[in-house]
Design a protein around this ligand. Structure first.
Ligand SMILES: Nc1ncnc2c1ncn2[C@@H]1O[C@H](COP(=O)(O)OP(=O)(O)O)[C@@H](O)[C@H]1O
Ligand SMILES: [Mg+2]
Length: 238
């Protein structure tokens, strides 16, 4: 059960949106997802209150540095994927969550290249590798990409990050009304009304491509629950 966290030290980078898209898409595809709301602003929890119970999604609210690892341990057998939404900070909870992650996704806005917040997370990852020998896989995910952001400029960003040895997901997240709508009305891209939300099919296609790419990178670990071996002794009949 891979642990995927979304981090960028800056607020407004697109973390919560990206985390929610990935979580709801994986759940839609039949995977059991535990979505951990580790942002004190509780956007995910508010979304969940609006949405009500959703198949394959469990929400954990009120996480602390002390409790995070317990949640991961306790829910490991009932979760195929953990997704952690983090605050736009570089604090103890962010550092702890990153340390417990199999992969850190760093959303970066394709248009504005909010490089500072992303760079702080990249620096933190480098620091953890140097000082603690923790080599945590990570990728930048370009988000809020509009048609104005040309393929050329996206390639330039990718090239720049590649020089630093940073992987960039092939699937950018587009700037879409449907993604904003999720936080207005709750639910998922599959419960929104196509008659009311423009280009919902394109939005679904985008979130499917994102989840497919993540799944290829991080296949679910198949945990075989070793059946307790029952030794039977044939007792001679009394
Ligand atoms: N792909 C997107 N398409 C449209 N709006 C987006 C997208 N990503 C983020 N937003 C909007 O940008 C704002 C900040 O996004 P959010 O995901 O909350 O960022 P963060 O969690 O990093 O603070 C929100 O109003 C959100 O609706
Ligand atoms: Mg957020």
């Amino acid at each position: 059960m891979p642990v995927i966290s979304f981090a960028n030290a800056k607020g407004g980078a697109g973390k919560t949106t990206a985390a929610l898209l990935l979580a709801t898409e994986l759940a839609h595809q039949g995977h059991r997802v535990t979505l951990i709301d580790a942002d004190p602003q509780h956007w995910i929890s508010q979304w969940h209150e609006m949405s009500g119970a959703l198949r394959n999604i469990t929400i954990v609210t009120e996480v602390s540095v002390a409790s995070l690892q317990c949640h991961l341990r306790e829910m490991a057998s009932s979760s195929d994927y953990f997704i952690i939404d983090l605050a736009g900070a570089r604090d103890a909870l962010v550092t702890t969550a990153i340390g417990l992650s199999d992969h850190v996704m760093i959303p970066v806005q394709g248009s504005a290249m909010d490089a500072k917040g992303a760079a702080q997370i990249l620096d933190l990852l480098a620091f953890m590798k140097d000082k603690a020998g923790l080599d945590i896989a990570h990728s930048v995910v370009l988000t809020r990409v509009t048609p104005v952001v040309t393929t050329r400029s996206l390639l330039a960003i990718k090239g720049l990050l590649a020089q630093r040895g940073v992987n960039v997901l092939n699937t950018p997240i587009g700037e879409r009304t449907a993604f904003r709508e999720l936080f207005e009305v709750g639910g998922t891209l599959y419960t929104l009304d196509p008659a009311k939300v423009s280009n919902l099919d394109k939005a679904r296609e985008n979130s499917r491509a994102l989840a497919d790419e993540v799944k290829r990178m991080m296949p679910m670990r198949v945990v075989r629950s070793g059946m307790p071996r029952i030794l039977s002794f044939n007792r001679p009949a009394a």
